[in-house]
Ligand binder design. Structure first.
Ligand code: 8ID
Ligand code: ZN
Length: 347
């Protein structure tokens, strides 16, 4: 029933053609699951991987993708706790050593021997993918697999980043990059966690989109006459927390300016070649906390899935075929993506 060949999108070199073609179905190692990927979200990180614009090499040729939702169809002989037919997610963390200082302290994304789906290990832009059974995440069978996909990276990343903001219910959170994949999920997680959302992005369509998802106010970073002041006055002195999920160096520096005194700025977006610019005097006098947040651990994943499974998070997705991946990358580069594009691997 598992075929020998399958459809995949492969690139041979960073920035090279995205080739939709037949490749062999991988064989799971002793600790791995073989997952029949039904849907895969497309994250801006996949675009970074294809372009090769981060200071970290990808494998080549590479099958990208790290938001793969599907069904367990095979497994190695050491796998425990998984059944054929389980609904499963292939996420960014594909495997780790499970013995180092970071793995044993719930910081497994920081493991030095980590393998990353769609980066150093072929990912979810194919019909059959492998992942270590430890890092695969289980979804309830009642949940729609296309909706599950964005929870695996966008959902988990923003949920963990919001936890790092350490806010109280009723506090203001500013989400910079709010209309994108991570941002649209962040609006909903923030509301579910009891925060008031100020969304920052640009354009009338994105404003309506963010408000529909529950943002209380929207600030257009491109057309606002006095951007910093507007954010501060709408939140009565500045947001208590900021979540940066834009792909913009400037947005990150501005967030340190408008954050409330004693507030927290969390960095999650990964614009290439960027630095945080902030006047030290102001940052110190304001007691600002600047924190970076990379993905999340297994327990964060289970919590993020739980919010979703309880119906608190509706993934705003648009479904296109796996063969259309390059069109999604074009939309990312033109700033045209709202919410998440999800690929149907059957076409
Ligand atoms: O673990 C992590 N930290 C992690 C996990 C997953 C993804 C980090 N990321 C990174 C991605 O690699 C990428 O750099 O988060 C970033 C956002 O990913 P995404 O949400 O998948 O990208 P998107 O859908 O393109 O959304 C980006 C949004 O930012 C807005 C855009 O309009 C878009 O809606 N934006 C930009 I570009 N400049 C802005 C600015 N100056 C801005 N919004 C506000 N102010
Ligand atoms: Zn991602």
């Amino acid at each position: 029933k598992v075929p020998a060949y399958q459809k995949a999108v492969v690139f041979e070199q960073n920035g090279g053609p995205l080739i939709y073609k037949d490749i062999p179905v991988p064989t799971p190692k002793s600790n791995e699951l073989l997952v029949n990927i039904k849907y895969s979200g497309v994250c801006h990180s996949d675009l970074h991987a294809w372009k090769g614009d981060w200071p970290m090499a990808t494998k080549v040729p590479l099958v990208g993708g790290h938001e793969g939702a599907g069904i367990v169809v095979g497994m190695g002989d050491q796998v425990k706790n998984w059944q054929i037919g389980d609904h499963v997610g292939v996420k960014w963390i594909n495997s780790t050593c499970q013995t180092c200082e970071y793995c044993t302290n719930c910081l497994e994304p920081n493991c030095e021997l980590v393998e990353l789906s769609g980066y150093t290990h072929d990912g979810s832009f194919q019909q059959y993918a492998t992942i270590s059974s430890t890092h695969a995440s289980k979804f309830p069978k009642s949940a729609d697999l296309a909706q599950c996909a964005p929870v695996l990276c966008a959902g988990l990343t923003v949920y963990k980043a919001l936890k790092r903001n350490n806010l109280k219910p009723g506090d203001w959170i500013a989400i910079s990059g709010a209309a994108g994949g991570l941002g649209s999920m962040a609006i909903q997680y923030a509301i579910a966690m009891g925060y008031r959302v100020l969304a920052i992005d640009s354009g009338a369509d994105k404003k309506i989109f963010c408000e529909k998802l529950g943002a209380e106010v929207f600030v257009d970073f491109a057309s606002s006459k006095n951007f910093i002041q507007e954010v501060k006055s709408l939140t009565n002195g500045g947001p208590h927390g900021v979540l940066n999920v834009s792909v913009s160096e400037k947005a990150i520096s501005q967030s340190v300016q408008y954050v409330r005194t004693a507030g927290t700025v969390v960095l999650a977006g990964l614009p290439p070649n960027s630095h945080v610019h902030t006047p030290v005097f102001e940052a110190v006098m304001k007691n600002v906390k600047i924190i970076a947040s990379y993905f999340g651990n297994m327990s964060d994943m289970n919590e993020a899935v739980d919010f979703f499974a309880r119906g608190l998070i509706k993934c705003p997705i648009k479904i296109v075929g796996l063969s259309e991946l390059s069109k999604v990358y074009e939309m990312f580069q033109n700033g045209k993506v709202m919410g998440r594009y999800v690929l149907d691997t059957s076409r």
